[in-house]
Design a protein around this ligand. Structure first.
Ligand code: PRP
Length: 210
């Protein structure tokens, strides 16, 4: 029997991803004993795992180097890969939002936005092109995006909002919501056909234990 390979997103999703796999009967003991080994296995179920940078997870899955991936919807929207999104895992919930200074609240339709700072340039581009039919300059940042409108780098930002605390403490407000975000399970299109029974079995086991 061949191994089913699962790519997990490193970072804040990792711990909960392991938890939902364990609850579905997957043996993650090797994965939890942190070592420098990159690929870890559950020999009994013939499953192997690896942790990758979140934005790389959809890449491994699209190319079939991993059959399954667990990753945030934010990364899936940004990467735009051709995958089956089979399950909303329901954790790591937040919202992808347009946010900006309080003065812009309720004025989104009457003002012209010139520059948008974000860690999600594709999501921002699609939103401004299709929803607002505006051509804006997208400035890609790597973190602490809320800084941009405070120091005059951009008019607004596109970013994740979880508790809303970062916005509030910096005098920023949500101007529009683009999408609801949470962790998702994705499957390679070919794997879904050739390993249908094992993969749907695993999806069902996870779904039942969510
Ligand atoms: C994320 C996100 C917001 C913040 C939202 O940033 O980009 O900045 O969390 O959370 P809140 O609504 O609960 O305040 P992260 O912590 O990943 O750091 P980063 O800004 O450096 O990417």
């Amino acid at each position: 029997m061949r191994y089913i390979t699962i790519a997990l997103a490193k970072g804040r999703l990792a711990e909960l991803s392991v938890e939902i796999l364990e609850r579905a009967g997957v043996d993650c003991s090797e994965l939890k004993n942190s070592s420098r080994k990159l690929i870890l296995t559950d020999e009994k179920n013939k499953i192997r795992f690896f942790l990758a940078k979140p934005s790389d997870v959809p890449v491994y899955v699209e190319y079939g180097a991993a059959d399954i991936g667990i990753v945030g919807k934010d990364t899936l929207l940004e990467e735009g890969r051709d995958l089956y999104e089979v399950l909303n895992l329901g954790f790591a919930k937040c919202k992808m939002c347009v946010a900006g200074p309080k003065e812009l609240e309720g004025r989104m339709d009457s003002i012209t936005i010139t520059r948008v700072a974000t860690k999600y340039p594709e999501v921002a581009r699609m939103y401004f092109r299709h929803k607002r039919k505006e051509s804006v300059e997208i400035i890609k940042l790597s973190g602490s995006v809320e800084l941009a409108p405070l120091v005059g780098l951009s008019d607004v930002i596109v970013d994740l909002v979880e508790t809303g605390r970062t916005l509030k403490e910096n005098g920023l407000v949500i101007l529009d919501t683009i999408a609801d975000i949470s962790a998702r399970m994705v499957v390679n299109r070919v794997s879904m056909k050739i390993e249908n029974e094992r993969i749907t079995g695993l999806i069902e086991a996870i779904r039942k234990n969510l």
